[in-house]
Design a protein. Sequence first.
Length: 170
Amino acid sequence: MSEDEILENIKKEVEKIKEDSNYSAKGHFESAEYWRKWNYALMSVSIVSVCASLVFVYHDLDKFWSGLIAISSGFITMLLIFLNPQEKHFSHYRSGNQFLSLRNKASIFLEVESKNMNLEQQIESLKKLDSKKNKLNNTSLPISKYGYKSAKRQIEVDKNTQYQVDKEQK
């Protein structure tokens, strides 16, 4: 294989890393939003149900209803602890930022750094980028189906993830 073919293959692989990183980042941000909404919803219902059960208890209203609301409140609080939507939100958000960072590094390598590197240096840089991508894939939470579909729609249909300068160059 000639050096030009190898350089072209390196460019293709870095483009793949950029694309993967873009989809992963957007998917993680969408999943983070999903879990943030769940956290707010469960928290709100939990707080309202605790307050309602206290009203029922202190006003000597029907014991059945106060007991039912108290049990519901306990169940919702248990869901908050078990699902831990706030931590999942933060984890997806961190992963999204890390994938954006990887995408940016791949872009800088492709557009700037690789121009001043020899073949061996480019291969080494590609290996580092690939290693970083694999590490992120292994340590990140899975992207929810909602996050995947929303990210795919935004990237492929809405096309809202491209920089204006990149749109102008095409």
